[in-house]
Design a protein around this ligand. Structure first.
Ligand SMILES: *Cc1c(COP(=O)(O)O)cnc(C)c1O
Length: 430
């Protein structure tokens, strides 16, 4: 890795802060389930001269000259994304997961159309119809949640809502859901009511790519994802889709475009201008990494680690939403510890264990001070930690959460965190 020589010469202030952030990541246990550690190769691609280039349009159809190499790079990213996710079409230009969702909606919906998505407070994402988000403002959004008993998605309940409300699109996928999602079931319900089926696999993309979680590309019209969560690539988004529009007969008379064409035009010129080709190159590198055989082992270890962590937390008396996990993510209910999720997450941050406070289903507390803590294992797994470390970390988390005002204990845990992080580098010579 380069030594940031020019950066330090040009701007000592920002350089110093970047150095501090490298230290914070190295000396912390990152348990935020949406964060990961991208490889050197991904970081290198993201810092290349490709950032200098304007390339509005798509490979071989650009609004600027000089794109002969950019075209090849973007095409490689597209081909690898299709191969990795077994998709018919891929758009690799969205700047983020939210942009991917915005473009996906724009491709197939008109303002005012109805979206059925998962309730934010039950684990859905802001872009799945939250009132404060563009999705809730531009579209008519209705929500499904989890069952109160099982704290899991109930497909019968979703079918009932879908048949009553007749949304134009059903969005599955979540940002705080620890269980497998029945994508086949969602696709079937969408078909029954003649709606588009869209899955947002942002959190679980790495698992879907290697079939450790059902991959929705085979039976969904549109699949969106971020590239920086379990997938472990650069910060960004992509849209995967079918080529043909399954509802063509309804929408087509005055709009003869295929679904693939609608998505591409929704991204550019719909919501974005020039793509970030340095990030697209980094996405191409990431997809290549994810196509290697050891990526399967990595994803398997993410799940084994999450389950080992869940078991340790449970054996310490902590209550987990839905009782455990099938994926990379765990939601801790802090209610019986008599603390809020925010108090818990803040205390863990004091000992360099980074998590995020989160609403739990049927939470009566507000989003800025909710009852839950959301944790996950992608980042620790990237560092090489396995089940024995998860047991140690689970015990440390429980110790802190059960006694958040004990400063002596915090000092002890901080030391143990340092011992652990010293053994597992995020990068060896950054
Ligand atoms: C993270 C996430 C997003 C948004 O990604 P950003 O890159 O932060 O915009 C969208 N949907 C889901 C389900 C997510 O988990």
């Amino acid at each position: 890795m380069n030594n940031y020589f020019n950066l330090s010469k040009c701007d000592q202030l920002v350089f110093d802060l970047i150095q501090k952030e490298i230290r914070r990541q190295q000396e912390g246990l990152i348990l935020i389930p949406s964060e990961n550690i991208a490889s050197y190769a991904v970081l290198e691609a993201a810092s290349t001269v490709l950032t200098n280039k304007y390339s509005e349009g798509y490979p071989h159809h650009r609004y600027y000259t000089g794109n002969q190499y950019i075209d090849e790079i973007e095409q490689i990213a597209i081909d690898r994304a299709k191969l990795l996710f077994k998709a018919e079409h891929a758009n690799v230009q969205p700047h983020s997961g939210s942009s991917a969702n915005m473009a996906a909606y724009m491709a197939v919906l008109n303002p005012g159309d109805k979206i059925l998505g998962m309730d934010l407070s039950h684990g859905g994402h802001l872009t799945h119809g939250a009132k404060v988000n563009f999705s809730g403002k531009l579209y008519q959004c209705i929500a499904y949640g989890v069952n109160k008993e099982t704290e899991q998605i109930d497909m019968d309940e979703i079918r009932a809502i879908a048949q009553k409300e007749k949304p134009k699109i059903i969005v599955s996928g979540a940002t705080a859901y620890p269980r497998l999602i029945d994508f086949d079931g969602f696709a079937k319900i969408a078909k029954e009511i003649n709606a588009y089926a869209m899955a947002d696999i942002s959190h679980i993309a790495g698992l879907c790519a290697v079939d450790l979680h059902p991959n929705p590309t085979s039976n969904h019209d549109i699949v969106t994802t971020t590239t920086h969560k379990t997938l472990r690539g650069p910060r960004g988004g992509i849209i995967l889709s079918k080529i043909e529009d399954s509802l063509k007969e309804i929408y087509s008379p005055d709009n003869p475009k295929t679904l693939a064409q609608k998505i591409d035009s929704a991204v550019m010129p719909g919501i974005q201008g020039g793509p970030l080709e340095h990030i697209i190159a980094a996405k191409a590198i990431n997809f290549q990494e994810a196509l290697q055989i050891n990526f399967i082992e990595y994803q398997k270890q993410i799940i084994s680690n999450a389950q080992a962590l869940a078991k340790t937390l449970t054996s310490n008396g902590l209550r987990l939403v839905s009782g455990g996990t099938d994926n990379h993510l765990i939601l801790i209910d802090c209610t019986n510890l008599q603390i809020t999720g925010k108090e818990g997450a803040d205390s863990l941050a004091e000992v360099n264990i980074y998590t995020n406070f989160n609403k739990i289903p049927f939470d009566t507390r507000p989003a800025l001070n909710p009852s839950g803590i959301r944790i996950g294992t992608p980042s620790l797994t990237t560092r090489g930690m396995k089940e024995p470390e998860m047991v140690i970390i689970g015990n440390l988390i429980a110790e802190i959460l059960k006694d958040i005002n004990n400063e002596t204990k915090k000092e002890q845990v901080r030391k143990k965190v340092k011992e652990l992080t010293d053994q597992y580098s995020i990068y060896t010579n950054l």
